[in-house]
Design a protein around this ligand. Structure first.
Ligand SMILES: Cc1cc2nc3c(=O)[nH]c(=O)nc-3n(C[C@H](O)[C@H](O)[C@H](O)COP(=O)(O)OP(=O)(O)OC[C@H]3O[C@@H](n4cnc5c(N)ncnc54)[C@H](O)[C@@H]3O)c2cc1C
Length: 568
């Protein structure tokens, strides 16, 4: 094949990461992005001199992106300067008390001794158990799942017993902590997946472990800056990024797209990578009759994550006592979650999250000002034919804005209203209409065991030929580290399908790429990155005998020990 043409629908973090690796392998890559800027939900909102992260603010487990950069002969830490936060965040409880979460476990135990003396020792046990759990699970998170039998592969068997399908995340945490506040402090992270800890599978206890063990990072300029840098590098590698252009569909030959259609034209392709929200992309881009498993009626029966109500507030002055990240848990958390997931009503006493990034990063607001990002988990949008649901009309928007600002008093933000200079609000209806997210479910398909692994839409998409998925809607799931991981899994399938080499991905994953600074210790200073990507010219090295790059065993056989698979 001449240089294969890969068209990527969407410049979210998954699409950008896939573009970098496909370009490195030698493909001719075009990204088509509907918005005027790159990054998708991980982009930067610019307003009146303020910069806000649109979505992600917690940059966790940099290891995956670090390895992807290493596979391109780049160093993540100099390309995207970041600071490891300590304390990572404050979690305050409507039921009383708070914790300043720190990776210093001894200090954490002291705080636990004050809050719930009977639970001292639980944290150390939790950390050592989850260290093993993550080690067992990594091969699963790093591998494709096309069918049930994939889960039965020998190397996955040690992990299967950790799945504990009968146990929720909340029940799992209950085996370490008897105080409900501690159970919540180590399980609210399921909200990163848009799920209640009472429903979320127990395997996700690794989420809070990742924070304590591997750090919570703030990329200078915000998480959107990571996307921006990835796009700059992609352009330098020859990727054509077309902004403000919307994919409307595909020209199919059978089930294989041979061209991508947009509102501006048509692009011939050998492979398509869909990074746009999975369910919305299916609904709007692929005719229903061509789909086998993921038809509109099947999608309507799936479970979706919660949504978020957002306020981005540019304010006069700053709240210097407010930590970088604050999470406030409603007094009756179980009721709060029921309102969101079962009753589909706006919470009366909502839990919420506030980012006050100005205490770490002065580049985000004009002098003398600072920005607050406020996120409230709320129900996603029901389908039109379902009764009930929330109509986000102007009166509802203003009522919930007022309730949210009132809630901020619980974390000491008393006088916000008169300090607001500029603001933006995003409701679930806006996520759906302006950001093309099915039902406004910001964290995609829910992450129950019935919608994970081989039961999630496959990275090599099962309903069509030559189509691959990347991002939160495919395996392994939502959240930046696993979204970046999805790009590796996808590329390790797509590149050999196109006759391209993907061993550079395996080599970096096995620690054989450019040596980089340890993620856990990184605490770099602010500064702009000017690293050139000369020498990254795509090396097209098609393999005569294409190996199954999706199988890490291939690498283990051909190279030295695959560290990525044997160490945590
Ligand atoms: C409010 C919020 C907070 C979050 N917080 C965190 C966090 O702290 N940490 C974390 O790890 N994760 C977080 N996430 C989850 C997740 O990391 C992000 O949502 C992430 O950006 C999802 O990446 P993605 O690659 O799946 O695609 P997206 O970011 O959704 O990008 C998809 C892209 O496709 C484009 N697109 C859609 N339709 C078309 C079309 N027809 N034509 C062309 N382009 C199209 C979109 O415009 C978009 O740019 C958060 C998400 C949200 C919404």
């Amino acid at each position: 094949m001449a240089q294969p043409k890969v068209v990527i629908v969407g410049a979210g973090p998954g699409g950008l990461a896939a573009a970098l690796q496909a370009a490195k392998a030698g493909a001719q890559v075009t990204i088509i992005e509907k918005q005027a800027a790159v990054g998708g939900r991980t982009s930067t909102l610019h307003q009146d001199g303020f910069k806000f992260d649109l979505g992600p603010t917690f940059f966790l487990y940099p290891r995956v992106l670090e390895e992807i950069f290493a596979s391109l002969n780049l160093d993540l830490w100099s390309e995207v300067p970041m600071k490891r936060l300590d304390p990572q965040y404050r979690v305050s409880f409507g039921a009383g008390g708070h914790l300043d979460a720190t990776p210093n476990i001894a200090e954490m135990e002291q705080q636990i001794a004050q809050l719930a003396p009977q639970d001292v020792g639980g944290l150390s046990r939790y950390m050592s158990d989850n260290r093993v759990k993550l080690q067992r699970f990594r091969p699963i998170l790093e591998s494709p799942f096309q069918r049930l039998s994939d889960l039965m592969r020998l190397r996955f068997l040690p992990a299967v017993r950790w799945l504990r399908p009968w146990r929720s995340l909340a029940d799992e945490l209950g085996t370490y902590f008897s105080d409900p506040r501690l159970m919540i402090a180590f399980s609210f992270q399921s909200k990163y997946l848009g799920m209640s800890p009472f429903k979320c599978p127990s395997l996700f206890s690794i989420l809070s472990f990742l924070e304590y063990e591997h750090g919570v990072f703030h990329p200078y300029g915000g998480c959107g800056q990571v996307s921006q840098r990835m796009a700059d590098i992609a352009r330098q590698m020859g990727v054509d990024i077309r902004l403000s252009e919307s994919v409307t569909g595909f020209e199919f030959r059978g089930r294989r797209p041979v061209a991508v259609q947009t509102d501006a034209g048509q692009y011939a392709c050998d492979s398509v990578v869909i990074n746009a929200d999975f369910a919305e992309a299916m609904r709007t881009m692929v005719p229903d009759h061509l789909r086998r498993r993921w038809t509109d009626s099947q999608l309507a029966k799936k479970k979706f994550s919660c949504s978020t109500f957002m306020l981005y507030l540019g304010i006069r002055g700053s709240y210097d006592q407010l930590p970088h990240h604050s999470i406030h848990i409603a007094k009756d958390y179980a009721k709060n979650l029921r309102e969101i997931e079962q009753d589909f009503v706006l919470p009366e006493d909502p839990s919420f999250y506030v980012q006050n990034a100005g205490v770490t990063d002065s580049s985000l607001a004009p002098a003398g000002c600072s920005g607050l990002y406020v996120l409230v988990p709320v129900p996603h949008q029901k389908l039109n034919d379902e009764t009930g649901g929330i109509q986000w009309d102007e009166a509802t928007r203003q009522r919930f804005r007022a309730r949210t600002l009132e809630q901020l008093k619980q974390i000491g933000v008393e006088d916000i209203e008169q300090r607001i200079i500029t603001e933006k609000m995003i409701t679930p209806a806006d996520w759906q209409s302006d950001y093309s997210i099915y039902r406004g479910a910001t964290f995609n398909l829910a992450h129950g065991l019935d919608q994970m692994l081989h039961l999630r839409p496959h990275n090599r998409f099962e309903d069509l030929d030559g189509v691959y998925l990347v991002g939160g809607g495919t395996h392994p799931g939502s959240g930046l580290p696993v979204i970046y991981e999805s790009s590796r899994i996808t590329c390790k399938q797509m590149l050999p399908d196109l006759g391209l080499d993907c061993q550079f991905i395996h080599r970096a994953q096995a620690g054989q790429g450019r040596s980089t600074q340890s993620g856990a210790g990184a605490n770099t200073s602010n500064g702009s990155s000017t690293t050139s990507v000369q020498g990254l010219a795509p090396g097209h090295t098609p393999q005569a005998d294409t190996v199954d790059c999706a199988s890490p065993v291939a690498v283990t056989k051909s190279g030295p020990t695959n560290k990525a698979l044997v160490s945590s």
